[in-house]
Design a protein around this ligand. Structure first.
Ligand code: GLU
Length: 448
């Protein structure tokens, strides 16, 4: 993987800039530039043809300064240790920007789930959790769905964890089926949150969503729910694309019919009444809103040059390369950064975990109301930071996030952001003779 597209290096650069802008000092950067724990596992699976295949997986736990680490698990052929490390750091900053009591983590297994049977996938999911169980738990590290992992996979993983521990621990994992303690609104949460942030951005730039057009790259869980909620908001979704192809209709796609079509055909390609479209064409469409909802590094410098949209809503994690980001920012495109834009998923994961802790469950309307309130508040906080410091939305989001994590690290005594200047020993002696006696009850300070 080239350095410019390596998520680990990209997030280190983002951290560096935020630490420098906030003048937090080298200690904070050094503390947060690497994940605190990265685990590699080898998971043997008996395949349907009786062969044993071993899959390599990772779990990166970035920091627990602000709480147990939290983040999804992805199944994908391109998973790598640096990708997982970078994604775990993005999770830290995502939970921090939302003010959730978590640190960040991410897991991944190198596999191609499209080529595996359901039984093979179940065995892989269970094996992965068995390997990691000693390092996980509701107060330690809490997984969730990510690319190519579903609520069914979370169900198998929860069952495996419960078996290993001999206890029912629903708060171990989020995004699980409702019947096992999942939350209402979790499946749709990321897409729902994306559209809340799009609505907030549209208000700021004076765009009426009912008059607006949108294109979405990626049509998995996040892309499809984003299409659904944009359609409900009155926005014309003119193009969508998934790994198998694209569908374009300048008059607007019939989103309910498209969702039905995808449920049957597992792709948007060939949707009746649409023309095919490829990624470059989609990025270059004359639409108001562009939603990258697939993988990292899709909007590089070359693709950024094609963009005509006013708003880019980063539904995926890390969809824009630093070069692409720079170019878009110089052209005044309003980018809703990933750590804010797609934070609806982890926010409802947090609601799920809270409900598991209470053993008391909220109706869908309550989840939705709470999600809207939290997304809008986070958006406003980042926007205010952007205005105050005259920076991009992305930089503003990092300022909010890194400040919070640094504050937690300092409160724990891990770093001293502003160390008192050293006092020469002769002055210290002079002071000792003039200082009043300390009272007997003076508190004793503990060193780090
Ligand atoms: N995988 C999602 C993300 O990247 C959700 C994580 C979670 O719910 O913990 O934000």
């Amino acid at each position: 993987m080239a350095d410019e597209t390596n998520p680990f290096f990209i997030v280190q650069g983002q951290l560096r800039r935020a630490v420098d802008n906030l003048d937090l000092g080298e200690g904070v950067y050094n503390l947060l530039k690497d994940p605190m724990r990265v685990i590699e596992v080898a998971v043997p699976v008996r395949m349907d043809d009786d062969r044993i295949e071993t899959f390599i997986g990772y779990r990166s736990q970035h920091t627990d300064a602000t709480g147990p680490t939290k983040g999804g698990i992805r199944f994908h052929p391109s998973v790598s240790v640096d990708e997982v490390k970078g994604l775990s750091m993005w999770m830290t900053f995502k939970t921090a920007v939302m003010g959730l009591p978590y640190g960040g983590a991410k897991g991944g297994v190198i596999c191609d789930p499209q080529q595996m049977s359901e039984r093979e996938l179940e065995e892989l999911s269970r094996g992965y959790i068995r390997r990691l169980a000693p390092m996980m738990g509701p107060e330690v590290d809490i997984p969730a769905p990510d690319v190519n992992t579903s609520s069914q996979i979370m169900g198998w993983m929860l069952d495996e964890f419960d078996r290993v521990r001999g206890q029912h621990l629903p708060g171990f994992i989020t995004g699980k089926p409702l019947v096992l303690g999942g939350s209402e609104g979790r499946n749709s949460a990321t897409g729902r949150g994306v559209v809340f942030t799009i609505a907030a951005a549209a208000r700021r730039i004076g765009l009426d969503l009912k008059e607006a057009t949108a294109a979405i790259q990626g049509f998995g869980n996040v892309g499809s729910y984003t299409a659904h909620y944009l359609d409900q908001a009155g926005t014309k979704v003119v193009a969508v694309e998934d790994v198998r192809g694209g569908a374009y209709n300048p008059k607007g796609l019939d989103v309910p019919k498209l969702l039905q079509y995808v449920a049957e055909h597992r792709t948007v390609s060939g949707f009746p009444g649409s023309e095919p479209i490829d990624t470059k064409q989609l990025f270059g469409l004359d639409v108001d809103i562009l939603v990258p909802a697939a993988l990292e590094n899709q909007i590089d410098e070359a693709n950024a040059r094609l963009v005509k949209a006013k708003i880019i809503a980063e539904a995926a994690n890390g969809p824009t390369t630093p070069e692409g980001d720079h170019l878009l920012a110089s052209r005044g495109v309003f980018i809703i950064p990933d750590i804010l834009c797609n934070a609806g998923g982890v926010t409802v994961s947090y609601f799920e975990w809270v409900q598991n802790t209470m053993g008391y469950y909220w109706p869908p309307q309550e989840v939705d109301r709470k999600l809207r309130a939290m997304m809008t508040k986070a958006f406003d906080t980042v926007y205010k930071m952007k205005q105050t410091h005259q920076v991009s939305m992305r930089e503003a989001a990092y300022l909010v996030a890194v400040h919070r994590v640094a504050e937690a690290a300092e409160a724990r005594g891990w770093v001293h952001r502003k160390r008192a200047p050293e006092i020469p020993s002769d002055q210290l002696q002079a002071m000792a003779t003039t200082m009043p006696e300390a009272p007997a009850s003076a508190p004793v300070a503990n060193g780090p």
